[in-house]
Ligand binder design. Structure first.
Ligand code: RIB
Ligand code: CA
Length: 311
């Protein structure tokens, strides 16, 4: 059964790798659109990268919608120190073969969901949740058309990556994250506790590099950039493939271990801004999300490799 899906992302190296796998899977995903949001790099760069990626994947049939250029309340926080100023590491992608839509991503989300069947569309955010939160605030009625939200974000036992206590997507726009987690919608949250288990080890990096197609070479170049930057942190295990976990979950959920949790996001400034409190010991009727606890990394990478090899 093909799943109607909208991606909302801040490409970004790992967003790009996630989109490669998604766009290579037309029998699994009817991608209604790719929305971009300010995150790893400024909005304009995210949008250009999304357009370049659809060109690389031969999928310029998929429309791209530029969204919010900044968080709901906070000032923009970027991660160019990881993804590079271009957001693509050291990789060079083909020039876009189509332009972004003139419609704002939030308006696209509202219009598309307002005209959709109940519980018919999956939202797959892999960046700050600004667009989705603003859409929910602007048009609460759209919730009834959302089948589920599968997001990359948060951390429980892993602490944080942009600060010691917060994961980047939550930290960048904690107010948006709070709106989403308090929406009552079916949410699966894949945080650092799981994504840090999916590393691009040297053998996996080599498997991408020797894939024999442009997508594999570009993916290897991009993640190699992160490895080089963060080698001393990631060490021999290699950089984490955070955002691809969202697509891999949607393709094969049984590769993941999840459990019900109550997730709340700290919105106050200071040491714990963006911290996700993930209570996995709470009564079932008080939970608001499925929290990913772990992943079969070998099988997950094999699936990621297989999908990218199709491009
Ligand atoms: O913390 C990892 C997340 O922050 C990923 O989505 C990465 O692309 C950055 O947005
Ligand atoms: Ca991202």
């Amino acid at each position: 059964m093909t799943r109607k899906i909208i991606f909302d992302c801040d490409p970004g190296v790992d967003d790009c790798i996630a989109l490669m796998a998604a766009l290579a899977s037309p029998e699994d995903f009817d991608v209604l659109g790719i929305c971009t949001v300010a995150g790893n790099v400024p909005l304009e760069v995210c949008t250009r990268n999304a357009l370049k990626l659809t060109a690389l994947a031969g999928r310029d049939d998929v429309p791209v919608y530029a969204g919010c250029p900044r968080p709901m309340v906070e000032q923009p926080v970027a991660a160019a120190h990881i993804h590079g100023e271009t957001g693509l590491g050291a990789a060079r992608l083909p020039e876009p073969t189509h332009a972004a839509s003139t419609q704002h991503a939030v308006d696209f989300l509202v219009e598309t969901l307002r005209h959709a069947e109940p519980r018919s569309i999956t939202l797959a955010p892999t960046g700050p949740l600004t667009n989705i939160a603003v859409a929910l605030v602007k048009a609460p009625d759209i919730a009834e058309s959302i089948q589920d939200i599968v997001l990359m974000g948060g951390a429980r036992s892993e602490g944080g990556n942009i600060t010691a206590s917060a994961e980047f997507n939550m930290y960048a726009d904690p107010h948006a994250a709070r709106v989403v987690f308090q929406s009552g919608l079916p949410i699966t949250a894949i945080g650092l506790d799981t994504t840090l288990q999916l590393r691009c080890t040297p053998s996996r990096h080599e498997a991408l590099e020797s894939m024999g197609n442009e997508a594999g070479a570009v993916a290897a170049q991009m993640i190699g950039h992160v490895n080089a930057i963060y080698g001393e942190i990631y060490g021999a295990e290699g950089a984490a493939l955070h955002d691809p976990c969202v697509v891999l979950y949607l393709l094969k959920p049984d590769l993941f271990e999840t459990r019900r949790a109550y997730i709340e996001v700290e919105t106050r400034a200071g040491l714990t801004r963006g911290h996700t409190s993930v209570d996995i010991y709470i009564a079932d009727d008080e939970t608001n999300a499925d929290w990913a606890m772990g992943i079969d990394a070998e099988a997950a990478f094999a699936l990621l490799h297989e999908r990218i090899s199709r491009l």
